[in-house]
Ligand binder design. Structure first.
Ligand code: NAI
Ligand code: MG
Length: 355
């Protein structure tokens, strides 16, 4: 089978981890004779912005539309304000291609210890479904009376019935596929008194079609605490765009850090390409040093393979990462090791061959 991939390495550590991700794709081709990838790389990043005054060409989305999947490294540099680099590249892709599901597994890999050491013997393995096209990250609002004492800024939250139902339906079907036991929804209906009660109502409506699944609706502040105090009880967590964004950095922290955490921006109907990327950003503090952890990028390729229907290869990637972690001989500084991005990636790819 043939798949076309658009690779956008991006800024900072993006290109460093993407280089390892591209080797993962090569390794998959080598191990699985039937799979072939054709990969085109795009230099759309902050440097491109400084040169051209935009993050991608005017027909950038049209170009991407023809690919089966998009692989992203990370975007963001001190030369361009973050609200421009994110709003002109990542958010347009998520929206144009109806990638309304942002899937973020929170799983403690074998060979790693959670910083929640007292929980380390317990299984930490759940998944956050983040709404990815509306909610708090709406483009609606504005600023008035700039630079006066009366200055104000307004940003509206947008929750449509269509957008809310589809993400909650997806989360329930994922819960059915996983353990069939439990779904946890993040809310804040005590403080945000229009959109969040609406969200809760839709959770309750959809829950009626899944009577076997226990539904809990927790306020986001309490739920953040549960991520620390009883994460082993979670299975599928569904959250709005902002809440899901915050919860998943927290989730990444309890299973080893941002360098490990992958994500998929999924268009479940497969009408458009889905996009796979690490949760982390461009990490300017460590960029250019070859010390970034490549696992988040490599694991995001595992999510990609799952999406393309190759669960066996998806599992092989994750178990190979685990073998290298258990072995403990090679790792990057964020995990206490001394190795480079390249050496860590190489160890994982060698392990894939052994399996
Ligand atoms: P960040 O995720 O880039 O870095 C946070 C911390 O985690 C830093 O200390 C960094 O060194 C560490 N870290 C991140 N990835 C790592 C890896 N693979 N290995 C080892 N350590 C790692 O978040 P920050 O600093 O808030 O943002 C930096 C830039 O990235 C900003 O311009 C921001 O807008 C952008 N950003 C882009 C995202 C994307 O492309 N999807 C997501 C988040 C931030
Ligand atoms: Mg984030």
């Amino acid at each position: 089978q043939h798949f076309s991939i658009a690779a956008i390495p991006g800024d900072g550590i993006g290109p460093e981890v993407m280089a390892e991700g591209l080797k993962t794709l090569k390794k998959i081709e080598e191990l699985h004779g039937g799979i072939h990838f054709s990969i085109d790389t795009f230099d759309w990043n902050c440097e491109y912005y400084v040169k051209h005054g935009k993050m991608m060409p005017d027909n950038g989305l049209e170009i991407l539309r023809d690919y089966d999947v998009i692989l992203l490294g990370a975007i963001g540099a001190p030369t361009v304000p973050d609200h421009i680099s994110v709003w002109e590249l990542i958010l347009p892709i998520r929206r144009a291609f109806q990638q309304y599901i942002n899937l973020r597994p929170i799983k403690l890999l074998r060979g790693l210890e959670s910083p929640l050491r007292y929980k380390a013997h317990k299984d930490l393995d759940f998944i956050v479904v983040r709404e990815n096209t509306e909610g708090e990250y709406s483009n609606m609002g504005g600023r008035l009376h700039e630079n006066t004492p009366f200055e104000l800024a307004v940003q509206n939250n947008v929750f449509t019935r269509y957008g809310t139902e589809r993400v909650i339906n997806y989360a329930y079907s994922l819960a059915e596929k996983r353990t069939g036991r439990r779904l946890t929804a993040a809310t804040k209906s005590n403080g945000i008194n229009h959109s969040m009660p609406f969200w809760d109502e839709i959770v309750k409506e959809v829950s009626k079609q899944h009577p076997n699944i226990q539904t809990d609706i927790y306020h986001i502040d309490a739920l953040a605490a549960y991520f620390i105090t009883r994460p082993e009880e979670l299975d599928v967590v569904v959250a709005s765009n902002l809440f899901g964004d915050i919860l998943t950095d927290l989730g990444a922290a309890i299973v080893g850090g941002l360098g490990l955490a992958p994500s998929g921006n999924i268009n479940p109907e497969k009408n458009y390409p889905s996009m796979f990327e690490p949760i982390h950003g461009s990490a300017p503090d460590i960029a250019g040093k070859q010390i970034a952890n490549p696992i988040a990028q490599i694991w995001s390729i595992s999510l990609m393979m799952e999406h393309l229907g190759f669960s066996d290869i998806a599992d092989l990637i994750v178990s190979s990462i685990e073998e290298v972690l258990i072995d403990r001989k090679v790792s990057t500084p964020d995990l206490g090791g001394k190795n480079s991005t390249r050496e860590f990636g190489e160890a994982i790819h060698q392990q894939m061959t052994k399996k």
